[in-house]
Design a protein around this ligand. Structure first.
Ligand code: HEC
Ligand code: HEC
Ligand code: HEC
Ligand code: HEC
Length: 429
């Protein structure tokens, strides 16, 4: 009986592991982009009629998608400079760079046509094709079956968020650390819905798609992006701040702009202070600010508010930090559960109330940190879109994008003023 329990328990663990395993850790052989690119498969120059998928995915990816250039980037003078400063021999062969700029799976998982120089290729997102390469073209074989054969569920917003964020924010296996940034790597900024649209689409959500797959709306995609980014940040905080014995914690977890600006440029104010005196290093908490807004329009947000205030205060008390992180993770689970239960009408109501919250808080100056402002602009854009009001505010939104276009020229007073203007117009409507 006991043995059986252990077997069953292990099996359950395996199942859950399999369900969340990212392509880079999937233990399947990755066959290489060339295996997907034949003209009868995904390499057709024009979209094909009569097929469930466009079949020109390879052409879109290779001609228009930045991911196909991710490895080439490692051969650039900028990368050589970064590698040089970090004491790496060559960016294009350094694991820390390849982990995000290619499909860096173990050598024994690299199939015959596999090349690291393909960059972020099909299997970096869709999973090692070893077992689904044959099954995934059979109409009789269900999507679930393909997924159990290793196809990653890119349509599911939670899985997709984890996938994109693994490279665009970092996870326990890989991170663009402050050392890497200090050597010249660009700061990473990400929002799931916006970046999902910026990546040239190689799929269309048509009738056939809807039959088999979850079709994300902007609101749910955005919320999952925020929930997963917050979860990833909490995991990194736990790992780099609690399980860390060096004098300085990993600085990329803090707000870059709280350290990097001219001393004569006095930026501190009540909102930025998060309840602290001037001179405190602030967390990189743009996603937490969005989480707070989401909570305020979906569940009772008092607990989360308290936990977020606690985490900022707990930064030099490791045991308190751990408890607070656990608390926020529970709050996130709670938000997720209530989101899953919402129907479209309820989602529109939540999205509208979220937008109201952002605009009201923003007009009062709550997003005066650049990292929060950047998230706010993307959120406003997609929320107006989701509630079908974007056309009326298009020019105002475009101005918001201009204000956050360059982090070093960001003017927080101008930003709050523009949010106030939009809020005033929105309230009048
Ligand atoms: C294996 C790592 C990895 C994964 C997974 C990944 N990306 Fe990327 N992404 C990159 C890298 C690296 C670049 C930069 C490529 C370059 O220019 O060299 C990039 C660039 C981009 C860009 C272009 C950004 C710009 O400034 O032009 C978009 C948009 C993007 N990714 C969206 C996504 C989305 C959406 C997902 C999830 C569906 C995703 N990425 C998953 C690594 C990844
Ligand atoms: C945690 C993942 C991650 C790691 C580790 C990482 N990068 Fe990146 N890198 C990215 C992403 C994502 C982008 C695209 C950022 C964007 O445009 O939003 C990027 C962008 C870049 C760019 C700018 C590309 C452009 O088109 O402007 C360079 C150069 C670069 N990386 C080099 C490196 C080098 C060299 C290393 C190793 C020392 C490295 N990266 C490690 C994720 C990573
Ligand atoms: C950065 C991540 C990423 C990369 C790289 C990528 N895809 Fe995708 N792909 C997605 C996402 C996200 C979707 C949409 C969700 C879904 O349909 O599962 C998608 C959808 C698809 C679909 C489904 C189309 C449909 O109508 O059902 C196919 C087929 C596909 N990709 C093939 C490819 C091929 C072939 C490559 C390489 C040439 C590739 N993808 C590269 C993320 C990626
Ligand atoms: C706690 C304060 C702190 C935070 C937060 C911080 N940095 Fe730094 N950063 C430093 C210090 C200290 C240096 C070293 C400065 C020097 O060498 O003159 C540095 C150096 C750098 C450099 C190299 C500058 C040079 O002169 O060569 C870059 C680029 C950089 N940081 C980017 C970032 C980014 C991007 C973030 C946010 C993800 C960030 N930093 C967050 C303190 C910080």
């Amino acid at each position: 009986m006991r043995i059986l329990c252990i077997i069953v328990a292990n099996f359950a663990v395996l199942l859950t592991l399999n369900a969340t395993e990212l392509p880079q850790q999937d233990e399947k052989v990755h066959l290489g982009v060339a295996s997907c690119a034949a003209s009868m498969c995904h390499g057709s120059v024009i979209p094909r009629d009569g097929s469930d998928v466009l079949q020109n995915e390879y052409i879109i990816w290779s001609r228009a998608d930045a991911h196909s250039q991710a490895f080439q980037t490692l051969l650039s003078p900028e990368s050589a400079e970064i590698a040089n400063k970090l004491g790496l021999e060559n960016a294009a062969s350094a694991g820390v760079c390849l982990d995000c700029h290619s499909d860096n799976v173990k050598t024994e998982q690299q199939g015959e046509k596999f090349q690291l120089s393909d960059g972020v290729g099909c299997e970096s997102c869709h999973g090692g094709a070893e077992e689904y390469i044959r099954s995934h073209t059979h109409a009789a074989i269900s999507r679930d079956e393909n997924i159990s054969n290793g196809l990653f569920p890119t349509d599911k917003p939670k899985a997709r968020a984890k996938l994109c964020l693994s490279c665009h924010l970092g996870n326990k296996n890989k991170q663009a650390t402050h050392d890497i940034m200090g050597a010249g790597h660009p700061r990473l900024a990400f929002e799931l819905d916006t970046f999902g649209i910026l990546q040239p689409l190689h799929y269309v959500v048509d009738e056939d798609y809807l039959k088999q797959k979850w079709s994300g709306d902007n609101y749910v995609t955005w919320v999952y992006g925020q929930l997963e980014a917050s979860r990833a940040t909490l995991t990194l905080l736990e790992e780099k701040l609690i399980d860390n014995s060096s004098i300085f914690p990993e600085l990329s977890l803090f707000d870059c702009h709280s350290c990097h600006h001219n001393m004569s440029d006095l930026k501190w104010n009540e909102n930025k202070g998060q309840g602290f005196k001037p001179g405190t290093v602030r967390l990189n908490d743009g996603n937490f600010k969005m989480l707070m807004i989401i909570a305020a329009s979906t569940v009772d947000s008092d607990k989360l508010h308290q936990h977020l205030a606690d985490i900022r205060k707990a930064l030099n008390d490791k045991s308190k930090l751990k408890i607070t992180i656990t608390g926020i993770l529970e709050d996130i689970d709670f938000i997720e559960t209530s989101l899953v239960q919402q129907n479209l009408v309820q989602k529109k109501v939540s999205a509208t109330s979220t937008l109201n919250n952002i605009l009201q808080e923003g007009a009062k100056g709550a997003f005066s940190d650049y990292i929060a402002a950047e998230q706010v602009v993307m959120a406003i854009d997609l929320l107006f879109e989701f509630i079908d009001e974007k056309a009326t505010f298009a020019a105002d939104i475009s101005l918001l994008f201009d204000i956050v276009a360059d982090d070093e020229k960001f003017d927080d007073a101008l930003f709050s003023k523009q949010l106030k203007k939009i809020n005033d117009r929105w309230v009048k409507q």
